[in-house]
Design a protein around this ligand. Structure first.
Ligand code: DGJ
Length: 719
């Protein structure tokens, strides 16, 4: 039973490798009954869980303060609490809550999932809070979310609604891990001592953002890639968000997260309820590597809509043509791409309206009248004739001022009374929270798929919100920050329902919308517009901390790279892209016949290793990716794939051998190519020495090493 009732109002939440204990405790000062987190760590037997549930309050008490919020599942703004509230509500002008536990229920959700709902009610107002905890029998990730319900006639305003507040057990010191970034430099891993105080990762942009990604991991400073305890919290949401990690002066750390950012106000009508997105918590005892693998497995089992499929090798025309999309050029690219073994051809920005540059036509979603006077059908049929599937780039959430859509519906863009409408990339954001805008978007997207028989959308979103108002809704206009994202989800969900064959890629000016919320309705995500293979390694390293390689779109583009001007061998560029979902984005007519032949060979190799990379367990081996020698390994059943990178010609420092991991020490593995056979224990303890790992050689050496397990026990005779 994943949810086990212990004594009165105490529950043990059990995952395969962890336990999370909740107990309702009465505050001696106020009499409030509050659900608290009593334990989160390695799995405990029921008796031990009972002990921690009954252990007294571990709160710090001084003559000056007795903070009630410590260990509370959802500390509110009100009473003897002084840290960042997870729930903040005002009744008229009274900005305070006094909730108390009023009941619990356990629900069987099928497929090994159970949900615990804890109900709290305010002492005076008929205002209800439901704290939900979902646990499954095949993952250590616990999902939590909060529902608030307003049952009176009073005016109620919510200014903070977090999905959950998670406590990390006591330690002598703490360290945080997270990612920061910018356009063309997304998902940069940062790891450092957690200062006493509040550390906020947030997006105020209306999208997940390039600047931070909604997750944080905490350890005691000693965890490594392979060892140590790690606690992680992630948020499944693709709009604005905030994750606050609090390190209390008297010790103790908690992480509270939810949608929206500081300053927003959501007014609830009588009877209305507001449900937060899920916050996900993971405890892992095997270091950062095992934590990442648990997140990946959770994503494959419970988030991604098509995790069992193999993602096709795609070609995308953006870097080759930018806005200059013409039938002849696209067909020329398609023929070469198909000859290389590409399986899906995506026509990027520039096929619609009068879209000759980024100042015009977003919103006018019909074929470009000068370039495609007879429509897109002939081009798409031509591409399909090469044997490839076909996709189109779209940006449904934005509008150009220079568009028929904006001329007809200027009120559809986000705007505020007496305020400017600031453009970014020459465009405005549509108010997707409006039902008419949502229905309009669904209408033309649905028509495009139906009429053109499309296989794929690349759904882009190229700017943050500004002047995010909704004058017609006045007091409720901050709902934009929630309903916009929900309607994006609804349109994607409905498209998938109506067109089961359709696959969707999430993109937001590169990696501005990568999270477990968007991943629930997309098949792959675009991590960065920076396709320089060295820079990309750093991005991919950050990506892999939470998200699986089978969702990570990765293209091979031209050399020198159009963004960084750095030249790199084709093989290195391929080997970096082969660590995710391989795509090609170069200007193929300019590749030499030698390069095309090598590309075809590498694509064929990728198809061989694709199931292992896209569905296997991922291990980050030695070295900082992109900066020094590094390697990444994938294991699926009896197959092992290692991609080895050495960007530096002279790299004498560091280990001489590359040690593999995650293998069966007693098994025998055969290396593809030379047929040499190795004990698993040798591969893991002594390691291998691929040519690309040698300290001296050319810059940018790389190698693909593949093993297959041929004997499960070395005790068996070797033929
Ligand atoms: C930003 C994306 O990240 C690019 O790949 C490309 O699709 C452009 N937008 C098109 O405008």
């Amino acid at each position: 039973m994943p949810v086990t009732p212990l004594d009165d109002h105490q529950w043990a939440i059990t995952t395969p490798a962890s336990t999370y204990v909740i107990a309702v405790e009465i505050d001696p000062l106020t009499g409030e009954a509050t659900p608290r987190q009593k334990y989160w760590g390695p799995r405990l037997p029921a008796e031990a869980a009972r002990q921690v549930a009954a252990s007294g309050a571990r709160r710090h008490v001084s003559s000056f303060s007795t903070p009630a919020e410590v260990e509370e599942l959802l500390p509110v703004d009100g009473g003897t609490r002084w840290s960042a509230p997870s729930l903040q509500v005002a009744f008229g002008h009274v900005r305070s809550l006094e909730p108390s536990f009023a009941g619990a229920s356990v629900h069987d959700e099928g497929d090994g999932a159970q949900r615990l709902d804890l109900l709290l009610v305010d002492a005076h107002h008929p205002f209800e809070i439901v704290l939900s905890v979902r646990v499954r029998d095949d993952t250590d990730v616990i999902e939590r979310w909060t529902t608030v319900r307003h049952r009176s006639d009073a005016e109620v305003t919510v200014t903070r609604l977090d999905s959950g507040n998670w406590f990390v057990p006591d330690a002598a010191s703490y360290r945080y891990s997270g990612v920061f970034g910018a356009w063309a430099e997304e998902l940069q891993l940062q790891r450092g001592p957690l200062p006493v105080g509040e550390l906020v990762f947030t997006s105020r942009q209306g999208v997940t953002s390039h600047t931070a990604n909604p997750w944080v991991m905490i350890d005691d400073g000693a965890a490594t890639e392979e060892h140590g305890e790690v606690w992680g919290v992630a948020l499944a949401w693709s709009g604005s968000w905030r994750l606050t990690t609090t390190h209390r002066p008297e010790g103790g750390v908690c992480v509270s997260g939810g949608f929206g950012h500081d300053g927003l106000r959501w007014t609830l009508a009588p009877g209305e309820e507001l449900v937060s997105p899920a916050a996900l918590g993971l405890y892992s005892a095997g270091g950062f590597g095992a934590a990442s693998r648990s997140w990946h497995e959770y994503a494959r089992r419970h988030v991604l809509p098509t995790a069992r499929e193999e993602r096709p090798v795609l070609y995308n025309s953006w870097e080759a043509t930018t806005f200059a999309v013409t039938e002849a050029h696209q067909l020329e690219l398609a023929k070469i791409a198909a000859g290389l073994g590409v399986e899906l051809f995506v026509i990027d920005d520039g096929w619609f309206g009068g879209r000759d540059d980024d100042t015009t036509s977003l919103g006018d979603w019909w074929p470009h009248r000068e370039r495609f006077p007879d429509g897109l059908r002939r081009l798409l049929d031509g591409i399909r004739d090469t044997g490839m599937r076909v996709g189109l780039w779209v940006e449904p959430e934005c509008v150009s001022r220079d568009s028929d859509l904006y001329r007809a519906h200027p009120d559809w863009a986000l705007h505020m009374t007496h305020r400017r409408r600031d453009e970014k990339r020459g465009q405005l954001v549509l108010n997707f929270a409006r039902d008419d805008v949502r229905d309009w978007a669904f209408g033309w997207l649905d028509r495009l798929v139906t009429e053109l028989d499309l296989d794929y959308f690349k759904w882009d979103m190229n700017r943050p919100f500004t002047q995010a108002g909704w004058p017609e809704r006045e007091a409720e206009q901050d709902r934009v920050w929630i309903e916009h994202t929900r309607n994006v989800y609804r349109v994607m969900d409905l498209l998938r329902e109506r067109h089961p064959r359709l696959r969707i890629e999430s993109c937001s000016g590169g990696g501005g919308r990568i999270d477990f919320g968007i991943m629930r309705r997309t098949d792959e995500v675009w991590p960065s517009d920076n396709t320089d293979a060295r820079d990309r390694q750093t991005v991919q390293h950050g990506f892999s901390q939470l998200y699986p390689a089978g969702t990570m779109s990765a293209w091979v583009t031209d050399s020198p790279n159009p963004t960084t001007r750095r030249a790199m061998p084709l093989r290195y560029r391929f080997h970096v892209a082969m660590a995710g979902v391989l795509g090609i984005g170069g200007n193929l007519p300019e590749w030499t016949s030698g390069e095309l032949a090598e590309a075809a060979e590498l694509i064929a190799q990728y198809k061989e290793i694709r199931p292992v990379v896209q569905h296997g367990r991922q291990y980050r081996l030695a070295g900082t990716p992109g900066q020094e020698r590094s390697a990444v390994q994938y294991v699926l059943d009896d197959r092992v794939v290692v991609l080895v990178y050495n960007p530096l010609g002279n790299a004498k420092r560091g280990p001489r051998h590359l040690r593999l991991t995650g293998l069966d020490p007693d098994a025998l593995y055969e290396m593809t190519g030379d047929g040499s056979r190795w004990h698993g224990s040798v591969l893991m303890s002594a390691g291998i020495r691929p040519a690309a790992w040698e300290p001296i050689g050319a810059d940018h050496r790389s190698e693909l090493v593949v093993f297959r397990k041929v004997r499960t026990s070395v005790a068996e005779p070797v033929p």
